[in-house]
Design a protein around this ligand. Structure first.
Ligand SMILES: [Zn+2]
Length: 218
């Protein structure tokens, strides 16, 4: 369990919050329907790749580092807000793909969002796209999540909107609303420069969090 250290911290916090909520509900049963004292909604944000798996590598820039930084920024931005963001990894290490979605189910997440950066041999291609597993049909909650995240990240960054697409993904191993956002192309010089800029990554993170809020109706 050592490799789940940052997550262990979160689940301890959650246990404590559940306990507090239970005590609250027992003391004030008439408030049971209200939001006061209830634990926040949990969502899982996944930084793709990690450890021995760098993801796309272009000009010494590794996808795993860019997406970890963005996931950590989403976590920071969410502090004090209505959603508890839990990360599948907070350091440079690999986590088994099925374990990532199983973890989201274990913590009772309302959704699972994986963050990636893209690569194509054609260097002129740039922009943001979101993927869902191809067992989910358009109109499914995963598509709604994908569209909400895409809309918000594009609005926040001004990046090109490359739409929502589907293919076979490991997220078929969960029933949770699940999507994978490709925040830009490392193979495009201008977009790689942007993704290396901390203030741009902050905007991407803000867009991702806003998309999660929009999806949840917050
Ligand atoms: Zn990736």
């Amino acid at each position: 369990m050592g490799r789940w250290l940052p997550l262990g911290y979160n689940s301890a916090v959650m246990r404590r919050r559940w306990l507090l909520a239970l005590v609250w509900l027992l003391a004030f049963p008439f408030l049971a329907a209200g939001p006061v004292g209830l634990p926040p909604i949990t969502v899982v944000v996944d930084a793709g790749h990690g450890g021995e798996d760098p993801g796309a590598v272009v000009a010494g820039v590794e996808e795993k580092d860019i997406v970890l930084d963005i996931a950590l920024r989403v976590f920071e931005l969410s502090q004090g807000g209505p959603v508890e963001v839990v990360l599948t990894r907070a350091t440079d290490r690999y986590v088994d793909l099925k374990e990532r979605v199983r973890f989201a189910e274990r913590v009772g997440a309302a959704l699972y969002l994986s963050v990636h950066a893209n690569f194509l041999s054609e260097p002129s291609v740039r922009g943001i796209e979101v993927w869902v597993d191809n067992t989910r049909s358009p109109g499914d909650r995963s598509w709604e999540l994908a569209e909400a995240v895409l809309r918000a990240v594009v609005a926040e960054t001004g990046a090109r909107n490359r739409g929502v697409h589907s293919q076979k993904l490991y997220m078929r191993h969960t029933k949770l609303p699940a999507a994978l956002v490709e925040v830009g192309y490392l193979s495009n010089y201008a977009e790689r420069r942007l993704l290396l800029d901390p203030s741009y990554r902050e905007r991407v993170a803000r867009g991702i969090l806003q998309g999660i809020y929009d999806f949840l109706g917050l």
